[in-house]
Design a protein around this ligand. Structure first.
Ligand code: SF4
Length: 101
């Protein structure tokens, strides 16, 4: 009896853990090869930016300090309205980078 109850509780705990994971699932990460990402010169690693194509880039500009970044400066990944439903890298950059107001 005791054992059954334990098993039941453990199953319950595992079940709710799975539910929690699903509920908090993060949107997919933006692929650098996504046509819009390519068009905007997005790279997960800002230092890889092609400065010939995107001369606007200046060292130190990162998604996580861009006005459009929807996460905290410390978040490794967060949303960006330019790439709806996707997450961009905090250390990334694209040509639409805008200084925080
Ligand atoms: S708009 Fe800003 S946050 Fe969005 S991808 Fe470009 S640099 Fe990153």
């Amino acid at each position: 009896m005791q054992n059954n109850r334990r098993t039941f509780l453990m199953t319950l705990a595992a079940g709710s853990a799975a539910l929690t994971t699903t509920a908090h699932a993060q949107p997919a990460r933006l692929n650098e090869k996504d046509p819009q990402a390519v068009a905007l010169g997005y790279f997960e690693d800002a230092t890889k930016t092609d400065t010939k194509k995107f001369p606007k880039y200046a060292a130190g500009q990162l998604c996580n300090n861009c006005a459009l970044y929807q996460g905290k400066v410390t978040d490794a990944w967060a949303g960006c309205p330019l790439f709806a439903g996707k997450q961009v890298a905090g250390k990334g950059w694209c040509n639409a980078w805008a200084k925080k107001g």
